[in-house]
Structures are given as structure tokens and as C-alpha cells.
Design a protein around this ligand. Structure first.
Ligand SMILES: Cc1cc2nc3c(=O)[nH]c(=O)nc-3n(C[C@H](O)[C@H](O)[C@H](O)COP(=O)(O)O)c2cc1C
Length: 461
């Protein structure tokens, strides 16, 4: 064990624990080619049983939540070779998972641009009741013309999308609170089913959306679902700072993650909230194996068919010519000296660092230097060290994990990484509470948060 590692391991006896979520996309895993790996059921795309099994693995690892991204509408760009990246339907998937799990939080993405708030309100609250208080809603404004085209529309401007999002979230929280906490009596003796004076319309209307209400669903064990957000723009900071208890993030360096986390925390403070009420959770992609070589070979098997286009992209990141026919050679001394990491791609410096370690070109790519999040390709200890370093640097409150191949990659994380984090006192041993609100340490809230409601955005009619 070298000194720096010892320092990391000894500095961990802290009370605060990190959060861990599992990314569940199309059911195969986060790497292209996952659907073709040995041991993977090629029909997992439509298998709700596969999703349930994967969620159960995460629950075995005491993950606080699973996270399902959504377009809505999956990209079919390379349908000849690759599975679409999303679930068939996020709410139906979570309903299936809710019935087969007990503790893990269930977070789905729902677009504020392409849904009516009343529909979102009833679906998420029904899921919350069904799962006994484990639902979370990742409220996003959606991006991409391909998604908009599914609704016969074009993507509205950022101002329009976020203007609507502020209204939609307030409206939904008001609907969630429209059936008061003690309203449901269900007293067979007296014959009173509910107290009508505690189930009241909300009568809200704004520039974009409105609803009379009330909703017809009683509170869950956590009251109402938790709000998540995913995005990194100043508009995203404002929306999340106002309403969210957790942010699904993407950052490549500790410095960037810390800056993003601080931006969300400052936004929360601007709305009179305690910054600890909002947890910043960046992504981490994993290929866990007994050693680096085995892990790299697994990644090569997964993504080799994409190497021609990835070499072309790596060339731009490093600013030097690379030869696709020299995949089995390290970059030459001349190439390394001439390389200039692109200032436009935050992954470029790391890519050059890996290249300078002397790996063959194919291994440089297999390190995941062109992936969407930092990538761990190696033994579980490396993932634990990365997570500890970010967590202790104030760059993250937790991580959402994208396994390379779900069929065995989730179990590899649970068996090889989680015990190290627990041993270091960084991750809980077991669920202390039953609801997602308890798992996140999110404060009690029912209905709209009076600290952040604004009559100028959504007014009473
Ligand atoms: C980590 C991360 C995850 C995201 N997940 C989704 C998603 O599941 N569905 C979606 O429509 N958009 C998703 N987004 C996109 C954001 O909602 C947002 O549209 C995008 O970041 C553009 O931001 P802007 O509209 O603030 O400019 C995600 C963004 C990030 C950073």
C-alpha cells in the first residue's frame, strides 16, 4: 500500500455518509455492445423481470435509489446495432420494481415541457403510495428536437421551458398537498371515508399551466415524492435551488463538481433554504474486475466496434494525428510532445494523462476517456478511492453509478466497492429508514414549500 492510499483510508472516520444511486437505462448497461455480451439476455430490452432483478441487486447493496432517465421518446439513431438507451416506460418499470423491492428509492424522469402537470402529479403520487413512500420525480425541461418532434413540436426556448417548469413543479406540489394528511379516515364503524373539508381544490393558474384540483390521492408514508433535477445551466441552478432535494449531475473533475455543487447550494440559499437540503450527485461509470488488465479487456470486448470513430474523436481531443491501424502501439514520443489537450472538452487532459502512462492506443480508449462521466476500469478499490476523494473534497454528496453491463456489473459494484466504502465509514451499513425522504435526509414537506412559492409565478384564480 502506498502512502497516499493509506492517507485516504485513515482519514475516513466521519459521520456523514455518501448516497449511492443506480442508473437503470435500457436494462442492458451503459456501454454500447452490452446487449451482446456473454451471459446477457438479448431480450432484456423488453424484460421487466430483468429490471426488477437489477434493482434487487442495488437494494442488496443498500443503494438509496435507482434512477431512470427518460426523453421522453428513445433515440433510434443506430437501431441496426444498438439498443435504445431508455426504458420502455419509466413509470411502469418502477411500478414493477416497487412490488418486488422494499427499501430502495424509485426515481423517474418526467418532462415538465411535454407533460400536463395533473398527469404527472397523479402518476408520481400513485407510485409513492404504491411503494410506501419511495418515489422521486426527476423534473427536467427536456432537450433535443428529436424529442419535441414526437409531440409534433419544436423545442421551446430555455426561458419558456424553465418558465413553465417553475409553474409545473409548484402546481404539482400544490396538488400533492390538496388531500390533507389526516383527510383519509376510512372508518368502517362510523361510515366516514374521508373528511371533505380537508380535500380542497387548489385553483391555480399561471402563464403556462393551471389546475383546479384537488388530486384524489392520500399521502404516502413520506407525504409526497421527492423532487430531483438534472441539468447544469444557470436556469437549472435556479430551478433546482428552489425546489429540488437532489441533483443528478455530470462532472469530470473535482473542481468542476465542487463548483456545480456550490452553485446549487447557493441557489438553494437564495430561496431561503438550508443548502444541505439539496444533494449534488454526479455520475460514475464502472467496469469492475480483479485487475486493470482484465477490466480493460472487458471494455475492449464491449466497445471495440466503435474504435474507428473514437480514434477520430480522440485525435481532436489531443490535437494530434492518430492511426487506426496502430491500435496496438502506444502513442509515440513525438505524438505525446505535440499533443495539446482541447480546451473545449473537459476530458482531454485526462485522456492525455492516460496516453502518457504508455498504454496502447486501444487501451487508452478502453479507459473510457470519451465516456459521459468519469470511468473506473479496474478493481473495486479504485472506485472506492475516487468516490472518497470527491466526497471528502466537497465535490459530491453521493454518486449515481452506471454499470457497464447490468447483468453482472451491478453485482460487481455491490460486492467489490460497497464493502470498502462501508469499511471506511463512508457508506451506511443498512437502511436506517423506510422512505426515500429518510434515505436522503430530506426535510418533511407536504404540499407546496411556503418558503419558495411565489404568487407572481402561479396565481390563485
Ligand atoms: C446528468 C444529466 C442527466 C440528464 N438526464 C436527462 C433525462 O433523463 N431526460 C432529459 O430529457 N434530459 C436529461 N438531462 C438534460 C437536462 O434536463 C437539460 O435539458 C440539459 O442539461 C440542457 O440544459 P438547459 O436546458 O438548462 O440548457 C440530463 C442532464 C444531465 C446533466
Amino acid at each position: 500500500m502506498d502512502l497516499s492510499q493509506e492517507k485516504i483510508e485513515n482519514s475516513t472516520k466521519v459521520d456523514k455518509k455518501m448516497l449511492i444511486g443506480l442508473h437503470l437505462g435500457n436494462g442492458y448497461g451503459s456501454q454500447p455492445g452490452a446487449w451482446r455480451m456473454p451471459g446477457v439476455d438479448p431480450t432484456s430490452y423488453t424484460s421487466f423481470d430483468a429490471r426488477v432483478k437489477q434493482a434487487q441487486s442495488a437494494e442488496r447493496g443498500k443503494f438509496q435509489f435507482i434512477f431512470l432517465p427518460d426523453g421522453p421518446g428513445a433515440m433510434l439513431a443506430d437501431i441496426e446495432n444498438e439498443a435504445p438507451s431508455f426504458n420502455l416506460d419509466v413509470m411502469l418499470t418502477l411500478a414493477a420494481v416497487a412490488r418486488e423491492t422494499k427499501r430502495i428509492g424509485l426515481v423517474a424522469t418526467g418532462s415538465t415541457t411535454f407533460n400536463e402537470p395533473y398527469n404527472l402529479a397523479r402518476q408520481f403520487k400513485a407510485l409513492d403510495v404504491m411503494s410506501h413512500g419511495r418515489a422521486g420525480w426527476n423534473a427536467v425541461t427536456s432537450s433535443g428536437e428529436a424529442v419535441a418532434a414526437n409531440y409534433g413540436r419544436t423545442i421551446p426556448s430555455s426561458e419558456e421551458r424553465y418558465g413553465r417548469a417553475h409553474e409545473v413543479i409548484q402546481l404539482i406540489q400544490a396538488l400533492w398537498g390538496s388531500w390533507e394528511k389526516d383527510a383519509w379516515v376510512h372508518d368502517q364503524e362510523s361510515g366516514q371515508f374521508a373528511k371533505s373539508e380537508q380535500i380542497l381544490p387548489i385553483n391555480l393558474k399561471g402563464k403556462y399551466v393551471g389546475s383546479r384540483g384537488p388530486l384524489y390521492i392520500p399521502p404516502s408514508e413520506q407525504g409526497q415524492p421527492i423532487i430531483f433535477h438534472a441539468g447544469g445551466s444557470p436556469n437549472a441552478h435556479e430551478l433546482a435551488g428552489r425546489f429540488a432535494n437532489a441533483v443528478i449531475g455530470a462532472a469530470f473533475t473535482i473542481e468542476d463538481a465542487r463548483a456545480q455543487r456550490n452553485a446549487f447550494r447557493e441557489a438553494a440559499e437564495r430561496y431561503g433554504r438550508n443548502p444541505d437540503e439539496i444533494k449534488y450527485i454526479p455520475g460514475l461509470m464502472t467496469t469492475i474486475a480483479k485487475d486493470r488488465r482484465t477490466a480493460l479487456d472487458r471494455r475492449i470486448q464491449l466497445t471495440e466496434h466503435l474504435f474507428p470513430q473514437r480514434v477520430a474523436y480522440l485525435q481532436q481531443m489531443l490535437g494530434v494525428r492518430l492511426d487506426i491501424n496502430r491500435l496496438n502501439e502506444p502513442l509515440s514520443k513525438e505524438q505525446l510532445e505535440a499533443a495539446r489537450p482541447s480546451p473545449f472538452d473537459p476530458r482531454s487532459r485526462h485522456a492525455l494523462k492516460i496516453a502518457k502512462e504508455g498504454w496502447r492506443l486501444r487501451d487508452v480508449l478502453a479507459h473510457g476517456v470519451i465516456d459521459y462521466h468519469p470511468v473506473i476500469v479496474g478493481p473495486g478499490m479504485e472506485a472506492a478511492n475516487h468516490m472518497q476523494a470527491w466526497f471528502e473534497a466537497g465535490a459530491a454528496d453521493g454518486f449515481w453509478i452506471s454499470a457497464d453491463v447490468n447483468a453482472d456489473g451491478i453485482d460487481a459494484f455491490v460486492d467489490e466497492v460497497v464493502p470498502i466504502l462501508q469499511e471506511r465509514g463512508l457508506f451506511h451499513q443498512d437502511y436506517a429508514g423506510k422512505t426515500l425522504r429518510e434515505h436522503l435526509g430530506a426535510p418533511e414537506q407536504y404540499g407546496i414549500d411556503p418558503r419558495v412559492s411565489s404568487p407572481s409565478k402561479v396565481s390563485v384564480v
